[in-house]
Design a protein around this ligand. Sequence first.
Ligand code: AMP
Ligand code: ZN
Ligand code: ZN
Length: 434
Amino acid sequence: MYLHLSSTTLTLAVMIRNLFLLYFISCSLVAFAQADTTQIVIPGRANRLEQQEKPYVILISADGFRYDYAEKYQAKHLLALREKGVQATSMVPAFPSKTFPNHYSIVTGLYPAHHGLINNQFYDPNRNEYYTIRDRSKVEDGSWYGGTPLWVLAEQQQMLTACLFWVGSEAPIKGIMPTYHYQYNEQLPMERRINIVLDWLQLPEEKRPHLITFYMPEVDHAGHRFGPDAPETVQAVHEIDEAIGKLTEEVAKTGLPVNIVFVSDHGMTNVDMEHTLTVPSIKDSANFIISPGDVMVELHAKNKKKVRKTYRQLKKNEEGFKTYLKQSLPEQWHYGSKDDTYNRIGDIILIANWPYIFHAGPNKPSPGHHGYDPAAVKEMHASFYAWGSGFKKGQRIESFENVHLYPLIAELLGLTYAHQIDGDKRVVEEVLKR
Ligand code: AMP
Ligand code: ZN
Ligand code: ZN
Protein backbone atom coordinates (compact mmCIF):
# COMPACT_ATOMS: atom_id res chain seq x y z
CA MET A 1 0.00 0.00 0.00
CA TYR A 2 2.97 2.35 -0.35
CA LEU A 3 3.47 4.52 -3.29
CA HIS A 4 6.41 5.49 -5.44
CA LEU A 5 5.51 8.99 -6.55
CA SER A 6 6.89 9.08 -10.05
CA SER A 7 3.92 10.08 -12.17
CA THR A 8 3.83 13.62 -13.41
CA THR A 9 0.26 13.39 -14.65
CA LEU A 10 -1.32 12.71 -11.26
CA THR A 11 -1.03 15.44 -8.71
CA LEU A 12 0.27 14.46 -5.31
CA ALA A 13 -2.98 15.58 -3.72
CA VAL A 14 -5.01 13.16 -5.82
CA MET A 15 -2.64 10.34 -5.13
CA ILE A 16 -2.66 10.97 -1.41
CA ARG A 17 -6.43 11.04 -1.48
CA ASN A 18 -6.48 7.67 -3.21
CA LEU A 19 -3.98 6.33 -0.76
CA PHE A 20 -6.12 7.46 2.15
CA LEU A 21 -9.16 5.90 0.56
CA LEU A 22 -7.36 2.60 0.21
CA TYR A 23 -6.15 2.84 3.79
CA PHE A 24 -9.55 3.56 5.28
CA ILE A 25 -11.41 1.10 3.10
CA SER A 26 -9.01 -1.65 4.09
CA CYS A 27 -9.38 -0.68 7.74
CA SER A 28 -13.15 -0.93 7.62
CA LEU A 29 -13.30 -4.25 5.78
CA VAL A 30 -13.94 -7.32 7.82
CA ALA A 31 -10.67 -8.94 6.89
CA PHE A 32 -11.04 -12.01 8.98
CA ALA A 33 -13.66 -13.88 7.03
CA GLN A 34 -11.56 -17.02 6.74
CA ALA A 35 -10.10 -16.75 10.24
CA ASP A 36 -9.80 -20.12 11.85
CA THR A 37 -11.17 -20.97 15.27
CA THR A 38 -9.03 -24.01 15.89
CA GLN A 39 -6.40 -23.89 18.54
CA ILE A 40 -2.83 -24.10 17.31
CA VAL A 41 -0.73 -26.21 19.64
CA ILE A 42 3.03 -26.66 19.45
CA PRO A 43 3.55 -30.33 20.25
CA GLY A 44 6.12 -31.85 22.56
CA ARG A 45 6.37 -29.06 25.11
CA ALA A 46 5.96 -29.30 28.89
CA ASN A 47 6.64 -27.07 31.89
CA ARG A 48 9.96 -27.74 33.53
CA LEU A 49 9.37 -29.08 37.07
CA GLU A 50 10.60 -25.86 38.67
CA GLN A 51 8.18 -23.80 36.54
CA GLN A 52 5.20 -25.84 37.73
CA GLU A 53 5.65 -24.25 41.17
CA LYS A 54 5.31 -20.74 39.74
CA PRO A 55 2.14 -18.62 39.85
CA TYR A 56 0.01 -17.79 36.81
CA VAL A 57 -0.53 -14.49 35.00
CA ILE A 58 -3.49 -13.64 32.80
CA LEU A 59 -2.62 -10.48 30.88
CA ILE A 60 -5.88 -8.97 29.63
CA SER A 61 -6.05 -6.09 27.19
CA ALA A 62 -9.26 -4.26 26.37
CA ASP A 63 -8.24 -2.24 23.34
CA GLY A 64 -8.91 1.49 23.67
CA PHE A 65 -10.13 1.24 27.29
CA ARG A 66 -9.35 4.83 28.27
CA TYR A 67 -7.86 5.49 31.72
CA ASP A 68 -11.10 7.04 33.00
CA TYR A 69 -13.67 4.63 31.52
CA ALA A 70 -14.01 2.38 34.57
CA GLU A 71 -15.11 5.29 36.73
CA LYS A 72 -16.88 7.29 34.04
CA TYR A 73 -19.04 4.33 33.06
CA GLN A 74 -19.15 2.64 36.47
CA ALA A 75 -17.61 -0.65 35.42
CA LYS A 76 -18.60 -2.28 38.69
CA HIS A 77 -16.43 -5.40 38.53
CA LEU A 78 -13.28 -3.56 37.55
CA LEU A 79 -13.87 -0.92 40.22
CA ALA A 80 -14.27 -3.60 42.87
CA LEU A 81 -11.37 -5.74 41.66
CA ARG A 82 -8.90 -2.87 41.52
CA GLU A 83 -9.83 -1.96 45.10
CA LYS A 84 -8.86 -5.49 46.11
CA GLY A 85 -5.67 -5.19 44.12
CA VAL A 86 -3.66 -2.35 42.63
CA GLN A 87 -4.35 0.49 40.24
CA ALA A 88 -2.44 3.25 38.47
CA THR A 89 -3.84 6.72 37.87
CA SER A 90 -3.27 5.82 34.22
CA MET A 91 -0.86 3.92 32.04
CA VAL A 92 0.96 6.04 29.50
CA PRO A 93 1.18 4.61 25.99
CA ALA A 94 4.27 4.92 23.86
CA PHE A 95 4.16 7.28 20.90
CA PRO A 96 2.34 6.83 18.55
CA SER A 97 -0.68 5.86 20.68
CA LYS A 98 -1.78 3.13 18.27
CA THR A 99 -2.64 -0.52 18.84
CA PHE A 100 0.22 -2.51 17.34
CA PRO A 101 3.12 -0.39 18.63
CA ASN A 102 1.67 -0.37 22.15
CA HIS A 103 0.61 -3.98 22.50
CA TYR A 104 4.06 -4.93 21.39
CA SER A 105 5.71 -2.44 23.80
CA ILE A 106 3.75 -4.02 26.66
CA VAL A 107 5.10 -7.50 25.92
CA THR A 108 8.66 -6.50 25.00
CA GLY A 109 9.40 -3.64 27.41
CA LEU A 110 10.70 -1.66 24.42
CA TYR A 111 9.61 1.59 22.81
CA PRO A 112 8.19 1.12 19.28
CA ALA A 113 11.31 2.38 17.48
CA HIS A 114 13.32 -0.18 19.48
CA HIS A 115 11.05 -3.17 18.79
CA GLY A 116 10.30 -2.31 15.17
CA LEU A 117 6.49 -1.98 15.08
CA ILE A 118 6.61 1.79 14.78
CA ASN A 119 2.97 2.10 13.71
CA ASN A 120 -0.06 0.03 12.66
CA GLN A 121 1.24 0.44 9.12
CA PHE A 122 4.66 1.56 8.02
CA TYR A 123 7.10 1.44 5.16
CA ASP A 124 10.44 -0.28 5.62
CA PRO A 125 13.00 1.19 3.18
CA ASN A 126 15.58 -1.55 3.85
CA ARG A 127 13.11 -4.25 2.82
CA ASN A 128 11.27 -2.01 0.38
CA GLU A 129 8.08 -3.46 1.86
CA TYR A 130 5.06 -2.19 3.71
CA TYR A 131 3.78 -3.69 6.99
CA THR A 132 0.08 -3.36 7.72
CA ILE A 133 -2.06 -4.94 10.41
CA ARG A 134 -4.54 -6.19 7.78
CA ASP A 135 -1.95 -8.17 5.84
CA ARG A 136 -1.82 -11.62 7.41
CA SER A 137 1.40 -12.49 5.61
CA LYS A 138 3.11 -9.62 7.45
CA VAL A 139 1.35 -10.07 10.79
CA GLU A 140 2.44 -13.74 10.84
CA ASP A 141 6.01 -13.07 9.67
CA GLY A 142 8.35 -13.06 12.66
CA SER A 143 11.07 -11.16 10.81
CA TRP A 144 9.14 -7.90 11.37
CA TYR A 145 9.24 -8.22 15.16
CA GLY A 146 12.17 -7.26 17.37
CA GLY A 147 12.68 -7.77 21.11
CA THR A 148 11.80 -10.84 23.15
CA PRO A 149 8.06 -10.99 23.89
CA LEU A 150 7.13 -12.33 27.32
CA TRP A 151 5.81 -15.60 25.89
CA VAL A 152 9.12 -16.16 24.07
CA LEU A 153 11.04 -15.39 27.26
CA ALA A 154 8.88 -17.89 29.17
CA GLU A 155 9.09 -20.63 26.55
CA GLN A 156 12.89 -20.19 26.43
CA GLN A 157 12.84 -21.06 30.14
CA GLN A 158 10.50 -24.00 29.58
CA MET A 159 7.44 -22.34 30.98
CA LEU A 160 4.38 -22.83 28.79
CA THR A 161 2.34 -19.90 27.46
CA ALA A 162 -1.00 -19.38 25.70
CA CYS A 163 -2.33 -16.46 23.68
CA LEU A 164 -5.96 -15.80 22.96
CA PHE A 165 -4.73 -13.10 20.64
CA TRP A 166 -1.98 -10.55 21.12
CA VAL A 167 0.05 -8.58 18.64
CA GLY A 168 2.96 -10.79 17.62
CA SER A 169 1.54 -14.01 19.05
CA GLU A 170 0.76 -15.43 15.60
CA ALA A 171 4.33 -15.15 14.36
CA PRO A 172 7.40 -17.18 15.25
CA ILE A 173 9.59 -14.59 16.99
CA LYS A 174 13.16 -15.72 17.53
CA GLY A 175 11.75 -18.93 16.05
CA ILE A 176 9.38 -19.42 19.01
CA MET A 177 5.60 -19.31 19.20
CA PRO A 178 3.41 -19.62 22.29
CA THR A 179 2.58 -23.28 23.00
CA TYR A 180 -1.13 -22.55 22.52
CA HIS A 181 -2.62 -19.82 20.34
CA TYR A 182 -5.51 -18.89 18.08
CA GLN A 183 -5.52 -16.99 14.83
CA TYR A 184 -6.99 -13.51 15.33
CA ASN A 185 -10.78 -13.73 15.05
CA GLU A 186 -13.12 -10.99 16.24
CA GLN A 187 -16.20 -13.16 15.78
CA LEU A 188 -15.44 -15.52 18.65
CA PRO A 189 -18.29 -15.12 21.19
CA MET A 190 -17.26 -13.79 24.61
CA GLU A 191 -18.42 -16.90 26.46
CA ARG A 192 -16.27 -19.09 24.22
CA ARG A 193 -13.26 -16.83 24.82
CA ILE A 194 -13.69 -17.09 28.59
CA ASN A 195 -14.01 -20.86 28.35
CA ILE A 196 -10.83 -21.11 26.31
CA VAL A 197 -8.91 -19.33 29.08
CA LEU A 198 -10.55 -21.47 31.78
CA ASP A 199 -9.80 -24.66 29.84
CA TRP A 200 -6.12 -23.74 29.74
CA LEU A 201 -6.12 -23.46 33.53
CA GLN A 202 -7.70 -26.95 33.79
CA LEU A 203 -4.87 -28.65 31.90
CA PRO A 204 -2.58 -31.01 33.82
CA GLU A 205 0.24 -29.18 35.57
CA GLU A 206 2.95 -30.01 33.07
CA LYS A 207 0.78 -28.76 30.18
CA ARG A 208 -0.84 -25.78 31.91
CA PRO A 209 0.28 -22.36 30.61
CA HIS A 210 1.59 -19.93 33.26
CA LEU A 211 1.29 -16.87 31.06
CA ILE A 212 -2.00 -16.31 29.24
CA THR A 213 -2.73 -13.28 27.07
CA PHE A 214 -6.33 -12.30 26.39
CA TYR A 215 -7.13 -9.46 23.97
CA MET A 216 -10.53 -7.86 23.35
CA PRO A 217 -11.24 -5.27 20.61
CA GLU A 218 -14.84 -4.23 21.43
CA VAL A 219 -14.26 -0.99 23.34
CA ASP A 220 -11.88 0.36 20.70
CA HIS A 221 -14.31 -0.46 17.91
CA ALA A 222 -17.22 1.28 19.62
CA GLY A 223 -15.01 4.26 20.54
CA HIS A 224 -13.96 4.76 16.92
CA ARG A 225 -17.35 4.29 15.40
CA PHE A 226 -19.52 6.16 17.88
CA GLY A 227 -17.07 8.22 19.93
CA PRO A 228 -15.85 7.84 23.51
CA ASP A 229 -19.01 9.39 25.00
CA ALA A 230 -21.55 7.33 23.05
CA PRO A 231 -23.96 4.83 24.63
CA GLU A 232 -22.47 2.11 22.40
CA THR A 233 -19.09 2.68 24.03
CA VAL A 234 -20.66 2.56 27.48
CA GLN A 235 -22.23 -0.75 26.50
CA ALA A 236 -18.91 -2.15 25.23
CA VAL A 237 -17.26 -1.14 28.53
CA HIS A 238 -19.99 -2.97 30.45
CA GLU A 239 -19.63 -6.05 28.26
CA ILE A 240 -15.90 -6.21 28.97
CA ASP A 241 -16.53 -5.52 32.65
CA GLU A 242 -19.00 -8.42 32.88
CA ALA A 243 -16.56 -10.74 31.11
CA ILE A 244 -13.80 -9.82 33.53
CA GLY A 245 -16.07 -10.26 36.53
CA LYS A 246 -17.08 -13.71 35.27
CA LEU A 247 -13.52 -14.75 34.40
CA THR A 248 -12.20 -13.68 37.82
CA GLU A 249 -14.98 -15.56 39.59
CA GLU A 250 -14.33 -18.76 37.64
CA VAL A 251 -10.56 -18.45 38.00
CA ALA A 252 -10.97 -18.19 41.78
CA LYS A 253 -12.73 -21.58 41.77
CA THR A 254 -9.59 -23.25 40.39
CA GLY A 255 -7.77 -22.44 43.62
CA LEU A 256 -4.62 -21.69 41.59
CA PRO A 257 -2.33 -18.75 42.42
CA VAL A 258 -3.44 -16.55 39.52
CA ASN A 259 -2.66 -12.89 38.91
CA ILE A 260 -4.85 -10.92 36.58
CA VAL A 261 -3.33 -7.85 34.94
CA PHE A 262 -5.89 -5.71 33.17
CA VAL A 263 -4.49 -3.14 30.74
CA SER A 264 -5.28 -1.24 27.59
CA ASP A 265 -3.08 0.11 24.84
CA HIS A 266 -4.33 3.72 24.59
CA GLY A 267 -7.42 5.85 25.07
CA MET A 268 -9.78 7.58 22.64
CA THR A 269 -10.78 11.15 21.84
CA ASN A 270 -13.41 12.96 19.83
CA VAL A 271 -11.95 14.68 16.79
CA ASP A 272 -13.14 17.52 14.60
CA MET A 273 -15.16 15.70 11.95
CA GLU A 274 -16.05 18.86 10.07
CA HIS A 275 -12.62 20.40 9.54
CA THR A 276 -10.24 17.68 8.46
CA LEU A 277 -6.70 18.09 7.17
CA THR A 278 -5.38 17.32 3.74
CA VAL A 279 -1.72 16.50 3.31
CA PRO A 280 -0.33 19.47 1.39
CA SER A 281 1.03 18.89 -2.09
CA ILE A 282 4.78 18.85 -2.29
CA LYS A 283 6.78 19.98 -5.27
CA ASP A 284 9.32 17.19 -5.16
CA SER A 285 6.76 14.40 -4.98
CA ALA A 286 8.67 11.93 -7.19
CA ASN A 287 11.23 11.66 -4.45
CA PHE A 288 8.99 10.51 -1.61
CA ILE A 289 7.21 7.39 -0.48
CA ILE A 290 4.29 8.20 1.77
CA SER A 291 2.93 6.18 4.65
CA PRO A 292 -0.50 7.62 5.46
CA GLY A 293 -2.40 7.76 8.73
CA ASP A 294 -5.09 9.74 10.52
CA VAL A 295 -2.86 11.40 13.10
CA MET A 296 0.60 10.85 11.61
CA VAL A 297 1.87 10.82 8.04
CA GLU A 298 5.43 9.64 7.35
CA LEU A 299 7.41 10.65 4.27
CA HIS A 300 10.39 8.56 3.24
CA ALA A 301 12.84 10.29 0.91
CA LYS A 302 14.34 8.23 -1.88
CA ASN A 303 17.11 10.80 -2.12
CA LYS A 304 18.08 12.13 1.32
CA LYS A 305 19.51 15.32 -0.20
CA LYS A 306 15.98 16.43 -1.01
CA VAL A 307 14.67 16.22 2.53
CA ARG A 308 15.46 19.72 3.80
CA LYS A 309 13.92 21.55 0.90
CA THR A 310 10.66 19.63 1.13
CA TYR A 311 10.67 19.99 4.90
CA ARG A 312 10.94 23.77 4.57
CA GLN A 313 8.12 23.81 2.07
CA LEU A 314 5.86 21.77 4.36
CA LYS A 315 6.84 23.84 7.38
CA LYS A 316 5.72 26.99 5.60
CA ASN A 317 2.29 25.48 4.97
CA GLU A 318 1.74 24.10 8.44
CA GLU A 319 -1.91 24.52 9.25
CA GLY A 320 -3.52 22.20 11.78
CA PHE A 321 -0.46 19.95 11.91
CA LYS A 322 3.24 20.04 12.76
CA THR A 323 6.14 19.06 10.57
CA TYR A 324 9.22 17.37 11.97
CA LEU A 325 12.48 16.13 10.62
CA LYS A 326 13.27 12.63 11.81
CA GLN A 327 16.29 13.99 13.67
CA SER A 328 14.32 16.68 15.50
CA LEU A 329 11.33 14.84 16.91
CA PRO A 330 10.73 15.45 20.63
CA GLU A 331 13.21 13.41 22.70
CA GLN A 332 10.52 12.02 25.04
CA TRP A 333 8.82 10.19 22.16
CA HIS A 334 11.84 7.90 21.72
CA TYR A 335 10.83 8.10 18.09
CA GLY A 336 13.49 9.64 15.89
CA SER A 337 16.88 9.02 14.22
CA LYS A 338 18.63 8.13 17.46
CA ASP A 339 16.06 5.47 18.40
CA ASP A 340 15.26 4.12 14.96
CA THR A 341 16.79 0.65 15.36
CA TYR A 342 15.03 -0.70 12.26
CA ASN A 343 15.28 2.44 10.09
CA ARG A 344 11.50 2.54 9.67
CA ILE A 345 10.69 6.09 10.77
CA GLY A 346 10.03 8.56 7.94
CA ASP A 347 12.52 11.33 7.10
CA ILE A 348 9.73 13.86 7.49
CA ILE A 349 6.81 13.39 9.87
CA LEU A 350 3.53 15.29 9.86
CA ILE A 351 1.49 15.14 13.04
CA ALA A 352 -2.05 16.47 13.27
CA ASN A 353 -2.76 18.90 16.09
CA TRP A 354 -5.54 17.60 18.31
CA PRO A 355 -8.52 17.63 17.58
CA TYR A 356 -7.69 17.50 13.86
CA ILE A 357 -7.03 14.44 11.76
CA PHE A 358 -5.79 13.87 8.23
CA HIS A 359 -8.64 12.59 6.14
CA ALA A 360 -9.41 12.15 2.48
CA GLY A 361 -12.31 10.87 0.48
CA PRO A 362 -16.00 11.66 0.30
CA ASN A 363 -17.11 10.12 3.59
CA LYS A 364 -17.09 11.82 6.94
CA PRO A 365 -14.47 10.44 9.28
CA SER A 366 -15.51 8.46 12.35
CA PRO A 367 -15.76 10.52 15.56
CA GLY A 368 -13.25 8.63 17.75
CA HIS A 369 -9.51 8.48 17.11
CA HIS A 370 -6.19 7.95 18.87
CA GLY A 371 -2.53 8.22 17.94
CA TYR A 372 -1.69 11.63 19.44
CA ASP A 373 1.15 12.38 21.84
CA PRO A 374 -0.03 11.10 25.25
CA ALA A 375 1.85 13.92 26.98
CA ALA A 376 -0.22 16.49 25.08
CA VAL A 377 -3.58 14.68 25.00
CA LYS A 378 -4.51 13.05 28.30
CA GLU A 379 -7.35 11.16 26.61
CA MET A 380 -4.69 8.97 25.00
CA HIS A 381 -3.89 7.46 28.40
CA ALA A 382 -4.64 3.79 29.00
CA SER A 383 -5.63 1.70 32.05
CA PHE A 384 -3.73 -0.51 34.47
CA TYR A 385 -5.40 -2.53 37.24
CA ALA A 386 -4.15 -5.82 38.67
CA TRP A 387 -5.21 -8.28 41.34
CA GLY A 388 -4.31 -11.74 42.54
CA SER A 389 -1.86 -13.68 44.65
CA GLY A 390 1.25 -11.58 43.90
CA PHE A 391 -0.26 -8.09 44.23
CA LYS A 392 -0.75 -5.88 47.24
CA LYS A 393 -4.27 -4.97 48.21
CA GLY A 394 -5.58 -1.43 47.88
CA GLN A 395 -2.37 0.05 46.45
CA ARG A 396 -2.57 3.07 44.14
CA ILE A 397 0.34 4.30 42.07
CA GLU A 398 0.99 7.25 39.80
CA SER A 399 0.80 7.07 36.01
CA PHE A 400 3.60 5.06 34.44
CA GLU A 401 4.76 4.17 30.93
CA ASN A 402 3.68 0.80 29.59
CA VAL A 403 7.26 -0.39 28.91
CA HIS A 404 7.58 -0.99 32.67
CA LEU A 405 5.08 -3.85 32.63
CA TYR A 406 7.58 -6.28 31.14
CA PRO A 407 9.88 -6.45 34.16
CA LEU A 408 6.83 -6.58 36.45
CA ILE A 409 5.35 -9.64 34.74
CA ALA A 410 8.75 -11.30 34.41
CA GLU A 411 9.17 -10.85 38.17
CA LEU A 412 5.73 -12.32 38.93
CA LEU A 413 6.59 -15.40 36.88
CA GLY A 414 10.17 -15.66 38.14
CA LEU A 415 11.58 -15.27 34.64
CA THR A 416 15.08 -13.92 34.15
CA TYR A 417 16.48 -11.92 31.27
CA ALA A 418 19.80 -10.38 30.38
CA HIS A 419 18.88 -8.38 27.29
CA GLN A 420 18.47 -4.60 27.30
CA ILE A 421 14.94 -3.22 27.66
CA ASP A 422 13.48 0.26 28.15
CA GLY A 423 11.32 -0.78 31.09
CA ASP A 424 12.56 -0.49 34.65
CA LYS A 425 11.27 -2.75 37.41
CA ARG A 426 11.78 -0.07 40.05
CA VAL A 427 9.05 2.13 38.58
CA VAL A 428 6.23 -0.28 39.41
CA GLU A 429 7.58 -2.90 41.83
CA GLU A 430 5.84 -1.30 44.81
CA VAL A 431 2.61 -2.97 43.62
CA LEU A 432 4.05 -6.42 44.32
CA LYS A 433 3.74 -8.25 47.62
CA ARG A 434 7.11 -8.70 49.27
P1 AMP B 1 -6.33 0.94 15.72
O1 AMP B 1 -7.43 0.98 16.72
O2 AMP B 1 -6.55 1.85 14.60
O3 AMP B 1 -4.99 1.12 16.35
O4 AMP B 1 -6.40 -0.53 15.08
C1 AMP B 1 -6.39 -1.61 15.91
C2 AMP B 1 -7.14 -2.78 15.36
O5 AMP B 1 -6.23 -3.87 15.21
C3 AMP B 1 -8.14 -3.33 16.35
O6 AMP B 1 -9.36 -2.69 16.25
C4 AMP B 1 -8.27 -4.79 15.93
O7 AMP B 1 -9.34 -4.92 15.04
C5 AMP B 1 -6.96 -5.05 15.18
N1 AMP B 1 -6.14 -6.11 15.79
C6 AMP B 1 -5.82 -6.28 17.06
N2 AMP B 1 -5.07 -7.39 17.25
C7 AMP B 1 -4.89 -7.92 16.05
C8 AMP B 1 -4.21 -9.07 15.55
N3 AMP B 1 -3.55 -9.89 16.38
N4 AMP B 1 -4.23 -9.30 14.22
C9 AMP B 1 -4.89 -8.47 13.39
N5 AMP B 1 -5.56 -7.39 13.79
C10 AMP B 1 -5.58 -7.11 15.09
ZN1 ZN C 1 -5.84 -0.07 20.16
ZN1 ZN D 1 -8.32 2.05 17.73
